[in-house]
Design a protein around this ligand. Structure first.
Ligand SMILES: Cc1cc2nc3c(=O)[nH]c(=O)nc-3n(C[C@H](O)[C@H](O)[C@H](O)COP(=O)(O)O)c2cc1C
Length: 322
């Protein structure tokens, strides 16, 4: 049984948080269209001496979704989630936790580290914590530390993808975990959302297709590269952040590097600092998962979600005839 906050979505989808790309415009559009929208807390970066931008973003998202709910009582917005990068180099973590706690954020997504205090903070303000994992060992640790649900990040995902097949990962986790389970990695159609559920996940977790939306905070050339590229254009490399991630080969070429000949990097090089030290990796070398072959145009997030919803219904009908 899913926690109440994850029930009643238009389709069983959470839009994943994406460094630089996800901001309030995208989150608001995703939630209004009926799926959980999310953003990394680190994306909200104020200039020195200014009040925390995260506070302002949360207030704006809450107010716009409230207004939407008052004028559309029949189609209320889905809830939103905030992602915390729980890595020792994230110097803002404590401050960002305090702000999310004060705003009573309902869904917390944690990545790159499972920590009891973060889960406690989520619970303390009435929220749930979903932790992203790339293997069964990390999944067990995350639940031991108090996460309420798991996000299985399989091969082919954008950003820091795992190396495992989604079949293997979901099967091993479902063997012992009957709580909320999300699957991510190359999910880009309604049919793939249904497939994730058939495999044993409760919800699909979708990122890269939302880069090519009008609301995404991405360079227009990045959005167009998503439209023009397919799975063959995605390369995995640890060079840019210290851990393996999936990137668009044309963006690597644009930066003057050969995507076929990238050196490996040291995991200790990973540094989120105050959130300002690593955008280079993501702002010139563009991340994406293998599912982008399904993305044919840059369009509003709401239009993409309408299509996903229609495809999901059609897929269910098709499957019922098998
Ligand atoms: C450009 C980009 C940036 C990402 N940044 C983050 C991030 O800041 N935090 C996080 O937890 N996951 C991040 N991810 C991973 C996504 O949350 C998610 O696992 C992934 O997008 C799912 O695979 P898909 O892109 O194939 O749908 C990022 C993914 C992309 C493509």
């Amino acid at each position: 049984m899913l926690p109440p906050i994850l029930q009643g979505l238009r389709i069983p989808v959470i839009a994943s948080p994406m460094f630089i790309v996800s901001g309030p415009d995208l989150v608001i559009a995703q939630c209004k269209a009926g799926i959980v929208g999310s953003f990394p807390a680190l994306n909200a970066r104020e200039k020195d001496g200014e009040p925390p931008l995260l506070d302002a973003w949360l207030t704006r998202i809450e107010e716009e979704l409230d207004r939407h709910n008052q004028s559309h009582p029949d189609h209320p917005a889905a809830p939103f989630a905030v992602n915390q990068i729980v890595h020792r180099s994230n110097a803002r973590l404590e401050r960002d936790i305090e702000i999310c706690h004060r705003h009573k954020v309902a869904i917390w997504i944690t990545s790159l580290g499972a920590r009891v205090e973060v889960n406690q903070a989520a619970h303390d303000c009435g929220g749930i914590a979903l932790h992203d994992v790339i293997n069964n060992g990390f999944a067990k640790k995350a639940i031991e530390k108090g996460a309420d649900g798991l996000i299985a990040v399989a091969a082919g995902a954008g950003g820091h993808a795992g190396p495992q097949s989604p079949f293997a990962l979901i099967q091993e986790i479902r063997d012992w975990w009957d709580g909320p389970l999300l699957l991510s990695g190359s999910i880009a159609t309604g049919r793939a959302v249904l497939a994730a559920q058939v495999m044993g996940a409760d919800l699909a977790y979708i990122g890269s297709p939302f880069i090519a939306t009008t609301e995404a905070q991405a360079d227009p050339a990045y959005k167009q590269m998503i439209v023009d590229s397919g799975a063959m254009d995605i390369v995995a490399s640890s060079l840019f952040t210290g851990v393996s991630g999936n990137y668009l080969a044309p963006s690597i070429r644009r930066a003057g590097l050969d995507p076929e000949a990238l050196a490996a990097a040291d995991a200790r090089a990973m540094n989120f600092g105050d959130g300002s030290s690593k955008p280079k990796a993501w702002s010139t070398i563009w991340g994406a998962g293998q599912g982008i072959g399904a993305v044919r145009e840059v369009e509003p997030a709401g239009a993409r979600i309408d299509r996903l919803a229609a495809e999901y219904v059609a897929a269910k009908e098709a499957v019922s005839r098998l």
